[in-house]
Design a protein around this ligand. Structure first.
Ligand code: TRP
Length: 334
């Protein structure tokens, strides 16, 4: 059976962008068609300046929200990265396969390191080695498919390169994975800045709808979304990014097509109102389930404990064989 692995980094609250762009598809499609693992990648949250309490809270919240969004522990494995030692164990071996130049060429590293320096901060070494840890996340599980957004495809390419190189040098050990781009997932943009993604890490609240936003907040944010000059409601992401983003969101909520939808509107106001209604309706059940799960923290903890146990069992043999293949002496049993 196809194996799927994807990760959510607990660096911010989950957004409508995360939900429509990824999580909903994991719940509706991926967990049913494949053997899927969804990981709260908390170690990755430590690569930039972080607040320990916040990382812990966001990790728990992300797990709870994934379950509230419909990930079913009977259908897939939901777990926290730091609960499974194999990630860090394998990461070190892959650091011995990756090169310094390869790491420094990563676009996300260059961007984030530049930003960090501009702020006068220092760049953590883990920010540079982060893609190797991500490769370990993926390769430890014999993953076939990695559903990720565009910003992560370079990291998955690197993962492939490392897998091929390791296999060539030390014998076949890893499945070579590929990035998949879900066909129907919506690309949700920031409501105030519709040319950039609605990411969870950017702290510009007014343009980002969070999964746990109150209905009133959701409405306010959508009604205040920037639109484009002009009057027509047209789907044209290049020329009309603001309106197109609203169409995209509404279409994703309704399971329709943004270009077709545009024909039904003659004003921005009506489009915004319908989009706000649709998003409030979409998030309602997720928020209700989230509330129920929060009232029963031992359930979520149990899911994560079982998930980690299952993940460990899957990863262990692959990581052990990598240790052996690369030349490390196996500890003797007994
Ligand atoms: N780097 C990913 C991001 O920032 C998160 C991630 C970590 C991930 N490990 C992964 C995604 C493995 C897919 C597979 O979004």
């Amino acid at each position: 059976m196809t194996r799927i692995f994807s990760g959510v980094k607990p660096t911010g609250h989950l957004t409508l962008g995360n939900y429509l762009g990824a999580v909903r598809r994991w719940a509706e499609v991926d967990q049913h068609r494949a053997e899927a693992l969804f990981c709260i990648v908390d170690l990755h949250a430590l690569t930039v300046d972080h607040d320990p309490g916040r990382v812990r809270r966001l990790s728990r919240q992300a797990a709870t929200l994934l379950l509230a969004s419909g990930l079913d522990p009977e259908q897939c494995t939901v777990f926290v990265q730091s609960h499974v030692d194999e990630h860090a164990r394998l990461s070190y071996l892959l650091e011995c396969v990756a090169t310094d130049g390869e790491m420094r060429r990563m676009i996300q590293y260059k961007e984030k390191a530049a930003l960090e320096r501009k702020r006068g901060g220092s760049v953590r070494l883990s920010l540079l080695t982060y893609p190797v840890l991500m490769a370990a996340d993926i390769l430890a599980y014999g993953t076939d498919e990695v559903p990720v957004g565009d910003d992560q495809t370079q990291h998955v390419e690197l993962t492939r390169d490392l897998a091929v190189r390791f296999n060539q040098r030390y014998g076949h050990t890893f499945v070579v994975p590929r990035a998949t781009r879900p066909e129907v997932a919506a690309r949700v943009m920031n409501l105030q800045e519709p040319t950039s993604k609605m990411g969870k890490s950017d702290d510009v609240g007014p343009g980002v709808v969070y999964l746990l936003d109150e209905p009133e907040t959701v409405r306010k944010k959508i009604m205040r979304a920037v639109t484009d000059s002009g009057q027509d409601v047209e789907y044209d992401p290049e020329e009309r990014p603001g309106v197109s983003n609203l169409l995209e969101i509404l279409a994703a909520c309704q399971g329709s097509d943004p270009a077709t939808l545009s024909g039904a509107y003659t004003s921005y106001g009506a489009l915004k109102k319908d989009t706000a209604d649709a998003v409030v309706e979409l998030l309602g059940p997720v928020q209700d389930r989230h509330k129920q799960l929060c009232a029963d923290p031992s359930y979520v903890e149990g899911v994560l404990r079982d998930g980690a146990r299952r993940a460990r069992e899957m990863a262990r043999p692959t990581v052990d064989s990598a240790y052996e293949a690369i030349g490390l002496l196996a500890p003797s049993a007994g």
